[in-house]
Design a protein around this ligand. Sequence first.
Ligand SMILES: Cc1ncc(COP(=O)(O)O)c(C=O)c1O
Length: 387
Amino acid sequence: VATQGSGTRVAQRPSGDVATAARQRTEHPPRYDLRPGSPDLSAFPRSAWLSAARRALNKAPYEAFGYSDPRGRPELRAALAAYLARARGVRCDPERIVICSGFAQTFRLLCDVLTRQGARSLALEQFVEPTTDAVSAASELNVRRLPVDEAGAVTGQLSDEDAVVLTAAHQFAIGVPLARHRRAEALVWAHDTGGLIIEDDYDGEFRYDRHPVGALQSLAPEHVVYAGTASKSLAPGLRLGWMVPPAHLLEDIVTAKTVADRNSSAIDQLTLTEVIASGGYDRHVRRARISYRRRRDQLIATLRQRAPEAEISGIAAGLHALVTLPAGLEEHTMVERAGARGLAVTGLRKFAAPADLPSPALLVGYATPPPHAFTGAVARLCAALDG
Ligand SMILES: Cc1ncc(COP(=O)(O)O)c(C=O)c1O
């Protein structure tokens, strides 16, 4: 791949292997990056985190340095219960929260527990984040795919599955919220069949044009596992996530967490507690929301002007937009053209069910680049669309 300004390099081969993809992401960081899945890492609130860590270490009782409750530190669970009730409408008792190493571990533990309890099948949305796909493929559950349209997952097609994963606030990948009637259908299915809804609320804090859609969990806490993560609100490198499961799953989840890794890092949990309690978390999310909204508006305005034939959607929330390619332009051609300009982009097909061939589109992660690279990244995207 010839890249202007940085010479010629051996091109990365596409790979379906999530581990390889993750390694490549860090080994060969592109000059310009509009791939989805990351907040602006350059905006990580280093000084707020550092002072919170200092306070946390000063305050921590010595027992905090030992093995702790597998559910996580009580301080963090209490802070999260208040935050989730306020910000996402989640109904939860701190005793019910389990801190995990991101959604990846939350989902892994849930697959283990469901299998042990006799579950056989799991529904995933037609478009899904590759790690979720890989975790379910590694489980013993049969995976079925639920179609997704402009109202989100077609939940009326749920039948005898034991569980379903829904990105209700912002469908990953196409970016639509789950419509009211689809939410109702999912809840009726859960009530009638005993099926479990796993609500992957990965970027629920980021809603731009209206008030955030509240969590599904608040409507049926005994049928929904609410799953949140710090990966979009702060940084994926923290590996901190949380789940609020129904009471009947709690004991088995706690056992699975203990077997997996005893407990997540107590020091990081105490630091996050301080960040939340000091208002630093809310401030950071508020600032990030303003910055991402500005970027989103700039992306829309630039594309409308320079590539009017590319259709942009999924823009009301989240950290990425769906850009449907002009007729005749294939995803791999766009990925190559962008790569030749030093820009990494990802096609929608990477997130689609295996037999599915959606219209060629890109998932443009407008939060990903640091501020100084954003305008250049969008300019390169437009140039690649131009040919
Ligand atoms: C749909 C979806 N869920 C969850 C996550 C976060 O996963 P984790 O908390 O393991 O970093 C991501 C990250 O890209 C995602 O896209």
